[in-house]
Design a protein. Structure first.
Length: 812
């Protein structure tokens, strides 16, 4: 009876101690809950700050890119269309506006064009950097066309009204300096916040660095007003991020303020202190009631267990016998296991190691007697301290970790380590189990690296089985084709097939794959929307050990835009080439007219002479033959001129092997070089060299260069005029030099002589396309180089200076 009384008194005292401990624990947990909400506020603020920084950074980059649009496009409609296309990519933006002084001259919203933005409160004020991004106070309305500055008019925005936040940045283009104003879509930022948070007790705010409230999810706040008396907000400027508890309008908030990177905006996340802790207070009450009830029940159960103590003791004796049997079984498993196993005293001293562990460290059980487990040579200092601390403070809880250990050869191995507690009669022992997982870890690392490359490469990758059923794709495939992974798995690859290629194309492709195990080439496929795209595809076959096909791997790059640009460039070059021809045609018609005067004069004179001789009766057969021969010769000359002119005007690139000297002679013939004052003398030095290419284009190049020299010589009246044309070979190249004695090209413009539409002549003398097209033909069509330099040289003892054009063409 005395023992029962002591037990009851002990239980009551324990009850009081437990209840007191529960109350203290609940108080600590409440403080922990507040800290958790502080952490939640901070994490939300950081997450939204990161998104906001990314959004504003992307928008600022787009604002900078507008300078390229202004430089590239001349037509206002084209500029507005490009700005409108840019705006469509950003749901964060209401409109993009380009201002010259205060007037909107370009905009993604046509209604904004022509509006004067005279009054806008921007921050920060420019002191050193005019190009810094600035933020305005909010404006009521959807855009400038129907908006006004709410901060200036001290208006409180209605719940149903829209408003926007203008941000401004100056840019510099070839057309001058402009002010870019982007109107941010406030509804987008609010909706994104509310969607991500999904809680009415969290408030999201954007605050300008001078305290102006730009955006808030709290309907009671006035947008555009200055926030005052906030010590946390004041600290943010110095610390970048501040979290704490503060009171606004008698309401307590858990608040985090965080500055955006490089932008004058502070982001705020507020949690209603009372509302968020309301559920915690209820839980605290229920927890106390339930815990108290459990303690009472537990004490009653303890009394029952005390009564049953003797019976339990007998059961423990029985279990102890079973434990001895289990220990015998454990010893058998201990020695024969492929694990590294060690039995350790609770003070860390090694009792026994199994054969696998001894072989790993190169020791015997005799040499390990009295050695502490953490003093083994296999452990590095960091792990040695960790294991020592673990064993000395072991709480009978199973411990698992991956540790580094050195084997008997000094090689570092990764061990999957487990430490467990085991009763051995009256002794407490620990069992350390290890498994060498180094090879597995290396394979996992290589597999992870391969999968990271597979997932993040910019090229599309597909893996199929031997029957071309898709079994895996990467993200680039989804982006290029529009198909998601679940849509194409176990589908045939021909779901991408277009009707562009004939059947024999695919037949040859698979013949190559089956014979060589490899194929690559350009192919046109269909994306999910049914649009064609061009890709450069490489297919490899994966074979098994016995040579059987296991898989096919396809890697492709989307070259659609590249092909479009190449085709567009070809069309432009063809157009410029024809323009160059047409520009030269006018001058050539004049040349033909000049060339035809003498033959026509001969024909007219001969015919008239025959008629007169007939009339006066003095004609004879010999004179008539001479006159008719003169007429025939002149007619043949006229016919040849027409053939040369017709061949020149052909718009084709027929490739052939032709003689350079003959092509140059045709060029001179077509040019019909004569100046206003005297004939230009040609000095020619040819060798018999043939090249492969378009003869017609080569003649065009020579005419352009010869005409360029003619125009330069045309203004010279007091000198003998020369054009020198030399052709000679040099190793595997042929060189053609064309130079004049007109004094050369001014040094300040010689580097621009091959630019399109650049000319040193009067507008009536040239368009600036001829030399540009000449360089394009030599470089891209004939695999050569066209260059120019001023050259001073001697000819027949006289020193001359002029422009020297050099054409260098690879004979191979």
């Amino acid at each position: 009876m005395k023992n029962i009384t002591k037990l009851v008194v002990g239980i009551i005292i324990s009850f009081l101690i437990i209840i007191t401990s529960i109350m203290a624990a609940l108080s600590i947990l409440k403080d922990e809950a507040v800290n958790n909400y502080l952490t939640i506020s901070k994490l939300n603020a950081r997450a939204f700050s990161k998104e906001l920084n990314q959004d504003i950074n992307n928008i600022e980059q787009s604002m900078i890119n507008i300078s390229s649009i202004l430089d590239l496009y001349k037509n206002k409609k084209d500029i507005n269309n490009r700005i409108r296309d840019m705006q469509k990519n950003y749901p964060q933006i209401r409109s993009i506006n380009v201002l010259n002084n205060s007037k909107i001259i370009y905009s993604s919203n046509n209604n904004n064009i022509g509006i004067f933005i005279e009054r806008i409160d921007l921050f920060p004020k420019s002191i050193f950097d005019e190009m810094v991004l600035k933020v305005s106070t909010p404006w009521i309305g959807r855009d400038f066309i129907d908006g006004n500055d709410m901060y200036s008019y001290e208006e409180k925005i209605d719940e149903k009204e829209s408003y926007f936040i203008p941000i401004s940045k100056k840019i510099v283009s070839q057309k001058g300096t402009f002010n870019i104003i982007v109107n941010l879509n406030v509804d987008y930022f609010k909706n994104r916040f509310l969607t991500n948070i999904n809680s009415e007790n969290i408030i999201f705010e954007l605050i300008r660095l001078d305290g102006i409230l730009l955006l808030t999810s709290d309907k009671s706040k006035t947008i555009g007003k200055t926030i005052v008396n906030s010590s946390l907000l004041d600290q943010t400027i110095e610390k970048n991020e501040v979290t704490g508890v503060e009171t606004f309008d008698k309401t307590k908030y858990i608040t985090t303020y965080i500055l955006t990177d490089n932008y004058p905006i502070t982001l705020s996340v507020k949690l209603d202190y009372e509302k968020n802790l309301m559920s915690w207070n209820k839980k605290q009450y229920y927890f106390f009631i339930i815990t108290t009830f459990i303690v009472i029940i537990s004490m009653i159960i303890a009394l029952m267990f005390f009564y049953l103590y003797n019976k339990r003791r007998e059961k423990e004796i029985s279990l102890h016998k079973l434990q001895i049997q289990d220990q015998k079984k454990f010893r058998l498993l201990f020695q024969d296991s492929h694990f590294l196993a060690t039995v350790i005293k609770n003070n860390g001293e090694i009792l026994e190691m199994n054969n696998e562990a001894l072989n790993f460290i190169g020791e015997t059980n005799e040499t390990l007697r009295g050695v502490n487990f953490w003093d083994l040579e296999c452990w590095e200092n960091k792990n040695r301290r960790k294991i020592k601390n673990l064993i000395e403070n072991y709480t009978k809880t199973k411990f698992e970790d991956e540790l580094l250990a050195k084997d008997k050869n000094g090689e570092k191995r990764i061990i999957d380590f487990t430490l467990s507690y085991m009763d051995d009669d009256d002794d407490e022992i620990l069992v350390a189990i290890g498994l060498d997982i180094t090879e597995r870890k290396n394979k996992e690392e290589k597999l992870n690296q391969a999968y990271t490359v597979f997932s993040n490469t910019r090229d599309g990758i597909i893996i199929t089985d031997k029957n071309t059923n898709l079994i895996d794709i990467n993200k680039a495939f989804e982006k290029i084709t529009g198909y998601s992974k679940y849509e194409v798995l176990n589908k045939k690859t021909n779901l991408l097939k277009s009707n562009t290629h004939p059947n024999h194309f695919y037949k040859k492709m698979w013949e190559r794959i089956l014979n060589d195990g490899y194929w690559e080439g350009e192919i046109t496929n269909l994306n999910k929307d049914g649009n064609e795209y061009t890709e450069w595809l490489t297919i490899n076959t994966i074979f098994g050990k016995d040579g059987e096909v296991l898989n096919y791997i396809g890697i492709f790059s989307d070259i659609t835009e590249q092909r479009k640009k190449e085709n567009l460039l070809k069309e432009k070059n063809d157009m410029l080439y024809q323009q160059s021809k047409m520009a030269a045609m006018g001058e050539m018609i004049q040349n033909i007219a000049h060339q035809w005067r003498q033959p026509l004069s001969v024909i007219s004179t001969a015919a008239t002479g025959i008629l007169i001789q007939k009339e006066i009766g003095v004609s004879n057969e010999e004179d008539e033959k001479k006159s008719l021969n003169a007429i025939n010769k002149s007619s043949q000359y006229l016919s040849k001129t027409i053939d040369d002119f017709r061949n020149f005007l052909k718009f084709n690139r027929e490739l052939e092997i032709f003689r350079i000297d003959k092509a140059i002679e045709e060029s001179i013939s077509l040019s019909n070089i004569k100046t206003n004052s005297q004939v230009i003398n040609f000095v020619l030095n040819f060798c018999d060299i043939k090249i492969y290419g378009s003869k017609n284009e080569f003649i065009q190049v020579m005419i352009n260069i010869i005409n360029n020299a003619k125009d330069a010589l045309d203004v010279k009246s007091d000198i003998d005029k020369f054009i020198f044309i030399y052709v000679y070979s040099e190793e595997k190249y042929v060189n053609i030099k064309i130079k004049d004695n007109a004094g050369g090209i001014p040094e300040k413009v010689i580097s621009r002589i091959f630019e399109p539409y650049f000319t040193t002549k009067h507008q009536s003398k040239g368009t600036g396309i001829g030399l540009y097209m000449s360089e394009e033909i030599i470089k891209n069509h004939m695999n050569g180089i066209l260059s120019v330099a001023n050259e001073t040289y001697l000819y027949k003892g006289v020193e001359y200076k002029g422009a020297c054009f050099t054409i260098k063409i690879n004979l191979t």
